[in-house]
Design a protein around this ligand. Structure first.
Ligand SMILES: [Zn+2]
Length: 169
């Protein structure tokens, strides 16, 4: 085993020759940062689940771009509801620690992040309908909302769908 090679600063980061089993990120100055999954697919930022960063994915600190990347990475592997429940922790534990303009993390870092109890289905028990177009004065506003069928509470955030109704669930 080669012991003279210098490891990356963070244990989560790999040497770049392990990229076939990794997520890789590339910071770009003139266009959106690029993040690629293990089989070469471009990572979907999943702004449909939560839109922290319309301008793209970031890492190395704890802000909105890193929150979007954390959500995208977990949602690439876990059910949407599970990703939504845990991505802020994943941001703080993993994404904020990614260092530099290029990085690679082993898929095991994502696969092993949650234990089985955390992965169990967190689907809300209350039926949530939506999204529906919001109509004001007969005109769609471009916003969509979700409604709890139990109590009628409405929310513009997909968090109602992901987490269930705070009154009923
Ligand atoms: Zn409710």
């Amino acid at each position: 085993m080669a012991t003279t090679e210098k490891r990356s600063h963070d244990d989560a980061q790999l040497k770049t020759d392990d990229r076939d089993a990794a997520y890789t990120g590339y910071r770009r100055s003139t266009e959106r940062n690029r993040v690629v999954g293990p089989d070469g697919h471009q990572l979907d930022p999943r702004t449909d689940l939560a839109n922290h960063s319309p301008t793209g994915l970031e890492w190395g600190y704890g802000g909105s771009g890193p929150a979007q990347l954390a959500l995208a990475l977990l949602a690439d592997h876990y059910a949407d509801t599970v990703a939504f429940d845990h991505y802020q922790d994943f941001k703080n534990d993993v994404v904020a620690a990614l260092d530099g303009d290029e990085w690679a993390i082993d898929i095991a870092t994502v696969e092993n992040y949650l234990d089985p109890a955390q992965i169990e289905d967190s689907t809300p028990t209350t039926e949530i309908s939506g999204p529906h177009d919001e109509i004001i004065n007969g005109e769609p506003t471009g916003e969509t909302f979700y409604r709890c069928e139990g109590c009628g509470m409405e929310s513009l955030s997909s968090g109602l769908k992901m987490n269930g109704c705070p009154r009923c669930d």
